[in-house]
Design a protein around this ligand. Structure first.
Ligand code: GRG
Length: 331
């Protein structure tokens, strides 16, 4: 287990001065690639055909669909945030990667279910056919269910953290981020704003409505990613609050960038259909702020993220670079 430094308001990790001298943007890219590779191989191992103790069997078609949904694609931004925030407190990488894998399972489940005909009805995800196209709808629903529950299996394992109370904190925080008061709730508000349940008449929405909806739908998982590093590292409340402020700013920036990609990106680069938000009369930042307003908002959010991470000094530089990447991403 990590041993956070004593007598400091915001703990820091002891880092190699040489590695810190490298441009944070370069370090960010290297770390993102390494975390992506590590998350991939961990998920590959966790989703092996052999059942674990307590399971009766792992049906091949379901496991194949869960693997298709979670392996071989994705930027792995959320795992990166888990690993890099955990690093601030000297958390062993193998523990952070368990949380990263669990979070990625929840994220991948949400994409599978979001793509279903009853939701966004998409045929393309990560540049490949969506799960219900590659398999079938029933299998896609079950693959989502399997991934969501698997996330909590992973968090409950002693390899995630030796202390049961830390594991419970992680389970509770992820459940809150993913459930009725988080991502699933945000998705429901999104569908309602489209007018799905009111004969196509969407309720007028303002900036506060969109901010609340998006902070649940997209922001909650990204905020959890940042908070989880502090939970694993048993960080002081002030440090966790700073990371949550960073996570909220980055979460909103992620969504504003997504809105911009939906109108400015092309499907081949983004890896999914674009131009869908306006067609579905979605409650987006872009529909309220316009393109220039959205770009201005991104600058404000990057500044908020940088301010939140500033107390971590040079140790936080890679997370500052991540905020820029997330705001300016092209896929
Ligand atoms: C179905 C409960 C339920 C929730 C769905 C995630 C979500 C909620 C909807 C997806 C719609 C969407 C495109 C939201 C924008 C933010 C987002 C989650 C984008 C995809 O995340 P990336 O870019 O994807 O991190 P990769 O493929 O890189 O992992």
């Amino acid at each position: 287990m990590s041993s956070p430094p004593q007598n400091s308001t915001l703990p820091f990790s002891a880092k190699n001065k040489l590695s810190r001298a490298i441009d944070p943007a370069v370090r960010f890219k290297r770390s993102l690639d390494q975390v992506a590779a590590d998350t991939e191989s961990l998920l590959d191992r966790l989703l092996a055909p052999k059942p674990v103790s307590g399971e009766l069997a792992r049906p091949v078609r379901l496991l194949d669909a869960m693997r298709y949904a979670s392996l071989g694609g994705g930027k792995r931004v959320r795992p990166f945030l888990v690993v890099e925030t955990a690093k601030l407190f000297g958390v062993p990488r193998r523990e952070a990667l368990m949380v990263a894998a669990a979070l990625e399972c929840v994220h991948c489940y949400s994409l599978v279910h979001d793509d279903l005909p009853a939701m966004d009805d998409d045929a393309l995800r990560r540049g490949r056919p969506t799960v219900h196209k590659a398999f079938d709808e029933a299998t896609a629903i079950l693959a989502g269910d399997g991934l969501l529950t698997f996330a909590f299996d992973i968090l409950s394992r002693p390899q995630t953290h030796a202390k049961p109370d830390i594991r419970i904190q992680l389970i509770s925080a992820l459940a809150h981020a993913a459930g009725v008061g988080g991502m699933a709730g945000g998705q429901m508000l999104d569908l309602a704003a489209e007018g799905r349940f009111t004969n196509g008449r969407g309720r007028p929405f303002d900036f506060a409505d969109v901010k609340a909806l998006q902070s649940m739908k997209t922001g909650a998982l990204l905020k959890f990613a940042c908070a989880s590093g502090a939970i694993l590292g048993e960080a002081p409340g002030k440090a966790r609050a700073a990371l949550e402020r960073y996570g909220s700013a980055v979460g909103e920036a992620f969504q504003v960038a997504d809105d911009l990609l939906d109108i400015e990106g092309d499907a081949a680069t983004v890896g999914k259909a674009t131009g869908k938000d306006a067609a579905a009369h979605k409650a987006t930042f872009l529909s309220l702020l316009g393109i220039d307003g959205a770009r201005k908002r991104l600058k404000t959010l990057i500044a908020e993220a940088e301010k939140a991470i500033a107390p971590f000094g040079k140790d936080g530089a890679i997370l500052q670079a991540a905020a820029h990447f997330i705001a300016n991403r092209r896929s």
